[in-house]
Structures are given as C-alpha cells and as structure tokens.
Design a binder for this molecule. Sequence first.
Ligand code: FAD
Length: 456
Amino acid sequence: PTALLWFRRDLRLADHPALLAALDAAGDGGSVLPVFVVDPRLWEPSGRPRRQFLRGCLEDLRGQTGGALVIRSGDPVRVVPDLVRETGAESVHVSADAGVYGRARDAAVEQALRDVPLVRTGSPYGVTPGRLTKDDGTPFKVYSPFARAWRARGLHGPAPRPDDVAWADGVRSEDLPPAQDLGDTVLPTAGEAAGRDVWAQFRDQRLLGYATGRNTPGTDATSRLSAHLKYGTVHPRTLLAEAQALADEHAEAVDKFVGELIWRDFYADVLWHRPETAREPVDPRMTAMRYDTGPVADEHFRAWAEGRTGYPIVDAGMRQLLGEAYVHNRVRMVVASFLVKDLHIDWRRGARHFFDHLVDGDLASNQHGWQWVAGTGTDPSPYYRVFNPTRQGVQFDPDGAYVRRWVPELRDVPDRYVHEPWTAPGGLPVGYPERIVDHAEERQVALARYQAVRDA
Ligand code: FAD
C-alpha cells in the first residue's frame, strides 16, 4: 500500500517518528508518498524571511526524497483528501500540530478523510503539549514547576533514520513556492544538513560556554537553532539526547541549554491549553491595561521598528531584526520592554512586527515572550520589571561589540559612552538620533499604569 506522509513543521528525515509510522503502514513492497501543502492561510502571514527559509527547506527535502516530494497549494482540507483519492493512499501520517490553527485544520482534514486514518505520531516538541499537568490535573501556569515535571518525566531517545525509503513517484507536483525578495536581509542556510551542521558546531565549540555566554549579544554564544527548530529540520529530542551525553563534562551549560528547550515546550503547552492567549493577556486583569495609540505612538513605533530611538542597544536590536531576521534573546527582551514600557505601545503590535520579520517567528514563543516582557503573561512577578536600556547595554554588551556591529554611527564612540552617547564629551556622533523619550520618566508612567490596573 501507499502511505501518505504529510510534512509540516518536521522537514527532515532523521529522528522522524511519523516517517517510521508511514513506513510501517506501507509495509514491504509499499511506498511512502511525501507531500507538502502550501497553505495560503499560513504562507501569506508568514513574512518573507520565513517563506524563504521554508522554501529552502522544501528544496532540501525534495532533494533528499530523490525528487519525490509532492508540493500542492491550497486548503489542506481539500488538497489532502484529493491526493488520497488520486493515489489510493491508505493512511495519512503527520507529526501532531499543537498550534491553534493547526489543531483545527487537522481535525477538519481528519473528518474529510472519512475512512482513511490521519495518524499522528510525535510532535515538534520534547514533550507533546498538553501531556504534562499538575497533580490535580490542571495545566501549569508557571515555568519552574513545569520544568521540574518535564525533567522528571524523562525523554524517549531519538528515532533512527531509515536507510532506504521507497518513495512513491509519478505523482504530479507543483513547483517550489516563489522565491522571496529579501533585500539586504541575510538568512541562515535552510534544510536538514544545515540544521545538523549548526547544531554540531554549537555542540562542539560553543555549548561549553553557553551558561555564561548566552546573555552577551556581542559574542555568538547561542545555538542559532531557532529557525531550524521552528521548521523541524532538527528535532529537539536529537539535541537533548546529544546534549545530555555531554552533561558530565559541561553540567551547567547543558542544564541551561535544556532549560531553554523547556521554555519552548512550556510556551507551546500554555498555548495548547489556552489558545486565546495568542491574542489576549494570560493574566485577565491586564485586559484593562491602557496603551498609547494615535500619531505620536505611530511615530514612536516607526522609530522603534527602524532602529532610531536614540537608545543604542534598542536600535542595534531592531536593526539586527532587519539585517538577519533574528534578534539575540537578551535584546528581544530589551527591545520588547522598550516598546511596551517606554513607548507604552500594545505588546500585540510589537509581536506582529516581530512575527512579520523573524525567520524563527513562532506563535507560542513569540506571543508568550512578548507577554512575559509586557507583564501580562506567565511571569509570576512581572509588573515592576522595567528594563533599563542603558544599564542592559552596559551589563551585557560591555565593550559595545554588539551595538557597533549594528549601529555604524556609534563605531568610533569610546566604550564608556557607547551605551549613552549623549554623555560623550564631543556630543552625539553625526547621524545618530537624539533619544525619542526619557527612560526615567517613561518608567514612572509605566509603573503608574500597571499600579492602576492592579488597584482596580
Ligand atoms: P538558544 O539560546 O541557543 O536556545 C536554544 C533553543 O531554545 C532556541 O532555538 C529556542 O528554540 C529555545 N528557546 C530559547 N530561549 C527561549 C525562550 N525564551 N522561549 C522559548 N524558547 C526558547 N523564539 C522563537 O523560536 N520564535 C519566536 O518567535 C520568538 N519570539 C520571541 C519574542 C520575545 C519578545 C522574546 C523575549 C523571546 C522570543 N523567542 C522566540 C525566544 C528566544 O529569544 C529565541 O528562541 C532565541 O533567541 C533563539 O536563538 P537561539 O536559537 O540561538 O537560542
């Protein structure tokens, strides 16, 4: 028989339980039909960097399947059953999707398939969202207890990569989706081999220094695997297994790194239990929070998005977003805090902008990363946390390496002024803007608004 393998966020062949399930279903003499559906409802809102990265992953997967990958565009609720009819496939295999849209789509496809089963095997996470609950059966609301339960559970080892797959051929495929014009934005190399390489380099050269280095954006100390994890060119279980094997040598670094992968699982779990938190505050009291709108807020938003707020680390971060479709985690927190707490603009507007521009843009991690910073989310002690952009710069980018990389106007400013160039004896360098707001004042405004919500 033919088993249809519908790829989504699992664009790899190694450590792929759904592929093994499809092979099993196909049996001796059967074949696996590899399919990707370009769904306009996901493609359109993705933003160019993610579309281009996805396109690269599909090109790679087509190569790895010896050209057998079938690409079709349209609504999967129609496209997948059509392909089943066309090819006589007897089962459809997927990695479970935990996302808001993905779950609803899969339920609709399952219905439309009628007698042909939709078989979900594995998921893009270490622990499938929805699996872990507190002892009383309710979902975790806070990271630390979730992480404890996650660690106590233990993981399955990676699934073996099959040597030889009989791919079904002769089924009509569309071309790859169109290449995207990215201007000057430089993306990481897409595809499974590239994902493996990025991981292997990090594991062998940088993991050791991860615990201390992960907060310094001027050094390339983190894995840079987020886009690969997003599209599943590598599975977190592969990383977790190989990282754990190094735990004796690098206990602290491995522990930190695993902790970050648990954050990824945690946010997916929160979204799974409460899909409305993609738009609404996790903390319902925060619905009353007042944000600025109108021409001044619009002008502030533009200055933020273009990296000309006059705060060096904020500007560097926003220019990194435009330059690499990526921002270092420490700086994501700083720029998000600046938008919400210094400019008093709704976190959803910032999240939308990130989502349009990030190559790793992921609904769960992005919305909940924003909510965490905005003080509306899962952080148990959020509201007085206001990042000071100058102090963050001095602390985490002490020699200004990160700021200088992204803000050329500041290249010649001495280290001690690079995060507050307005204090430099020679004044602001030519071309670098004045601060658009005063942090100390806006901090007071933000705290007063949070206090008002809490008092209400
Ligand atoms: P590493 O430090 O090497 O971490 C390894 C992996 O762990 C990452 O690839 C990622 O999958 C996961 N991870 C690390 N930190 C976090 C975190 N705080 N939350 C969830 N997962 C994490 N991450 C995304 O993948 N997509 C997003 O759209 C996204 N938006 C964010 C928005 C804001 C406002 C904030 C504060 C964080 C956001 N993050 C997002 C989380 C984090 O910034 C990135 O995952 C990280 O910077 C990616 O770089 P890396 O792969 O080198 O990370």
